[in-house]
Design a protein. Sequence first.
Length: 288
Amino acid sequence: MQVGFLNVLSALFGWVYTLSWSLSFYPQPILNWRRKSTSGTTIDFPFINTLGFLAYLISNAAFYYSPVVRAQYAARNNGHHPAVAFNDIAFAAHALLLSLITASQYFFPRLWRFAATPGTRISRFILGTAIGCVLGVFVVILRVQPDSDSTRSVDPQRDWVWLDVVYAVGYVKLWVTLIKFTPQILANFRNKSTAGWSISQILLDFVGGTLSIAQLLIDSYLQGDWSGLTGNPVKFALGQVSMIYDLIFFAQHYVLYREPGGMTGEREALLERGDEQRGYRQSHGRTD
């Protein structure tokens, strides 16, 4: 009875966290669209976030669909399969699509008819991080390729195998998650404001991170083996790191740079800013 309940609870947590995390990608592009501007936010976040979710989609798909990767994982983890469910793939694909849409608002503002935001460019740190991640995965592929093409039997316990490539791709997502919010936190600090940065996405992200970790713990308990955590460290770390950043944004929005009204104030400010910008365009003879 308990096992059946935990299975249902795990599935419920999986789809609810997928829904929460998926919905978290909507508030920022909607806020940008209604403000007709990306001011107050950095281009670094949507750029590196796109790379991160591309990596996350690839690693999850490999764990879920590839018989080679799944067999190599089982060989290293006491015969257990990866703790990756279909909802992880659905989330990653949706997140990648929304990240691309959001990034397009920064790279192609004219297409969205946004007001120009001076000084918008990718920082050297974020650009260097993206290039370094791609090169790192390429190096691992070069290391694995000779062993995979050889005629001798490959032992996943001691040899470099395609599972290591999948891990490398997964660690790209982990590293991106570790650093992707930093430019926005610094921007909020410099501006002494969170205006333009949607707190709604952070609230949804926090709920998603909590339930993601809960599902992983339940699945590992049901398997009777905690390799679900050690064998898939990316998923476990993602929830933890995201929640730490979420707490920092909560502190900035509700304590350090608090504005009256909380989320209601955000919506009112959004509408007010939209009215101001429309008035500005009308006064300058613009109707777009």
